[in-house]
Each structure stands twice: as structure tokens, then as C-alpha cells.
Design a protein around this ligand. Structure first.
Ligand SMILES: [Zn+2]
Length: 117
């Protein structure tokens, strides 16, 4: 497969995740801005012992990667070894909650602007 400017791992990730962010479904080929958000994300963070391997990589937009940070989805599982899909689903829920909280902050700022203008 021709990979353009991507390395082999990026090309594999792209296909595995259908060119969409694993966490918010952003289409990373929809625009130059979206494309430039393209990141290889460690599902279990490197700092938490996450592997440098396809089994621990997700395709992510920059925003979701930033929101997730070093949060480790493994902390949500006790006495079971989750699948990659389960870890991604868990991280997705975490990111959705953080996005919701950020939107609440934005709404508050918008209300304040409205009040004082
Ligand atoms: Zn995203």
C-alpha cells in the first residue's frame, strides 16, 4: 500500500480507524485543519507502561489526545484484562465527559459576556 507521507504504522492506524478519531469520530481527511490534528495516541499512556505497539495505539485528533492526557483507561478495570476495543470505549466515555464539562465552562463564559455587555 502506498503511504504518502505516512509511515507504515500511521497508514495501518488510518485504515484500522477508518480515518476517524477513535474518540470523537472526527473525520481526519475532511479538511486540512482536521488532517493536521492527526495523532498517534497511546491508549495506555507510555508513562503508565503502555506499549509502543499497534495493540496500544489509537488514531486520535489533537483535541482528544490533549484531553485524555496521561489518563489511563486500565484503571477502570479490576481483575479483568480488557480488549483494545473496551479500553478505547472507556477512554471515549472519559473524553466525552471532559468535553461536556468544558462545554459547560464555555456556556458560563458566554452567559457572563452576555450579562456584562
Ligand atoms: Zn477526537
Amino acid at each position: 500500500m502506498a503511504t504518502g507521507h505516512w509511515g507504515k504504522i500511521e497508514a495501518e492506524l488510518a485504515v484500522d480507524f477508518d480515518f476517524k478519531c477513535a474518540y470523537c469520530d472526527k473525520d481526519l481527511l475532511a479538511s486540512v485543519d482536521n488532517y493536521k490534528e492527526w495523532q498517534r495516541e497511546h491508549i495506555v499512556p507510555s508513562s503508565e507502561g503502555g506499549a509502543e505497539h499497534m495493540s496500544n495505539f489509537a488514531l486520535s485528533c489533537r483535541t482528544c489526545n490533549f484531553i485524555k492526557g496521561v489518563w489511563n483507561p486500565l484503571t477502570q478495570f479490576q481483575n479483568v484484562t480488557p480488549t483494545k476495543a473496551e479500553l478505547i470505549f472507556t477512554a471515549r466515555k472519559y473524553i466525552e465527559q471532559k468535553r461536556f464539562e468544558t462545554q459547560e465552562d464555555i456556556n458560563l463564559y458566554l452567559e457572563l459576556i452576555e450579562q456584562y455587555s
